[in-house]
Design a protein. Sequence first.
Lengths: 735, 54
Amino acid sequence: MAENPSIAVCPACVSIPSELIGSAGEAKSDRSRRIELSLPTIHCAACISGVETGLNRLPEIEGARVNLTRKRVSITVKDIPGIESYLIDLLTSWGYPAKELDSAALDQEMVDKVGRDLLARVAVSGFAMMNVMLLSVAVWSGAEDATRDMMHWISAAIALPTVAFAGMPFYKNAWTALRVWRLNMDVPISLALILASGVSLAETMESGRHAYFDAALSLTFFLLLGRYLDHRTRVVARSAAVELAALEVHRAERINADGSRETVPMDALREGDLVGVAPGARVPVDGVVTEGGSELDPSMLTGETMPEPVGPGASVIAGMLNLTGPLVVRAEGLGEDTLLQQITRLVESAEASKNRYTSLAEKAAQVYAPLVHILSALAFLFWGFYSGDWRLATNIAAAVLIITCPCALGLAVPAVLTAASGRLFHNGVLLKEGIALERLAEVDTVVFDKTGTLTTGKPVLTNGPELSADVMAVAIAMAQGSAHPLSKAIQEFGAEQGLTPAVLEDIIEEPGMGTRATLNGQEVRLGRAIWCGVESHDVTETASWLRIGGDTPVALLFEDKLRPEIPETIRALQAEGTVVQLLSGDAKAPVKALADKLGIEVWVAEATPSSKVEKLEELAQEGRTVLMVGDGLNDAAALAGAHVSMSPASAVDASRTSADLILVGDDLFEVVKSLRLARIAKRRILENFIIAAVYNVIAVPIALMGFATPLIAALAMSGSSITVSLNAMRLGRKS
Amino acid sequence: MNVLAYLIPISLGLGGLGLLAFFWMMKNNQYDDPDGQANRILSDRYDDSPEDEA
């Protein structure tokens, strides 16, 4: 990484005030367990020792170790109830925001056995290649007779077992393909390895001049390296995805028959269980409200920003945010018709209808493998019949296979993808699979969801300045007692403008309706229209009403706050010739207002999950390649069906699973940067193919004419592999 | 040329030692947290004694 943050620039890590390190009280239990916390902001040596020394000083903690690569800390701690949230608060107060990881989900993350196996093979072939190369130097520089034979025999003793052991992944893949009468990239590779080793062994026995042991080994080494890079990219992406899933700790507060409340894991809930939902929490299950009244924010599910009032008897859907009052919900059947089930079916059908994408590497292999085999067979037949010397013919055929062998092709794609995904990761974007990057490079249309994607989902007061100071003073005072997002917006406005709240008495919050108080003997109400006695009105925005005594109620208007980087993002996309569209489940008025404000010409409002998918299919039929950016449950199917898709880390589970890329940093401008990077990456891949082809165009005629020596083979192979890797690495430096 | 008789085995032996060391490191999970190891070396906490694996 070019601009890795140095240790000097790390304000959070300068020092940790020791007085902040408190104690969680007496240890009540001798049993210990392991907690994994995600620490997204740690990045330097001071962070590591800060977290480790700080934690290890606590009496409850038996051991803490930071893993900087995964940005986690693994803590062995005495089993005290609530220790997790205590530790999270503590770490956050030290300047490291922490999140708990669900250990059950992490346990599924196996030790990467395949990766270790590949790495071992890379190491063995690298060791063998270097030694045999050294021995070959002697032969190239003119060793003859007995000396040359000795060098060849030692090389054979090193090379043959290595080729047999290290080349195993290629032989296995080639065999799988050949069994069903197909060709893949591994067939020419395996053939070249076996033929090169066989021919060289025969030559050595006959005291011949040319042995290709070094070429066979460097081929194995570079190809394995490509495989290993490819594997690493996928493992990093997969473990990051597992980690995201583990970030959501699924727990619910169950109310037992005796009225006691107990926090239980989600899968312990049964149908008919009563579940408590505190204000500010998300509804954990689909069900029916049995007690309490409140307002629910459905924006994660439908994209609508208008809160929905609920009371006993109302049905609620898992994922809605409880705004005002505590609720008791009875868990209902997990039958066919829950919203989540419908979405899952839509996601499946959207995935099924998506075209299978042929990656650049596959396309290259389809052209390449038959060509190489035909060339080599022709060379064998031609030289056999022309000279009558079949040993020479075999030698030339082997030389053609070795020289054309897709060494650089094997590295061309993985080297670029590794560099690109590393760069994306550095920018806070997770790439779930390499192919998504190739798809991303083709995008010409970006479709955004509105709520939660373009906007923060947090309302702001818009008509504050138009209202009189007296009204605002009362509104601020009323809002102070409430945790409702609209009340918070009023408080924020007050704090920004430096307004003083009026003095009120008897403030009472009526869940689901609003707040009531007394001002100089008059009743004051703030809340829903009905609560303030407004029968009909023509306000289309999200509004809260304020009535002071017998006066006419005044409307306080709100709008969903735009993410600050959005206008710039949209402008940059449009400037680069990308078409931007808006596809929202929210009502017409707010969608239109936002589209006009941002200069987006095409927008769709009141979209349902299935109409979102249909809209994307329409765009695909027009020949557009679409990047869908969305976060809600209603976007999940559209994300799965789009050519390529992106989700902020704050998105619901289903959407994150469907999306190809995840924005961990929550900065939407990364959409633009990722698109640019993907385009550069694709260009690099194509350049690499051209480089590999140029080497072949030069070397193949030499081999066909029978002039190829092991020295030329070694030079061509190493030369092309190194050029290709260097070309890929340029990507890591440029932004 | 007789020098080759022991120089080649020595060079192969040294290379082999390197290979064994690599396998040992891999078995001991030293490739699990490359960024962490790179940064830990900058801290003077472990200068006097090696750290305990938590």
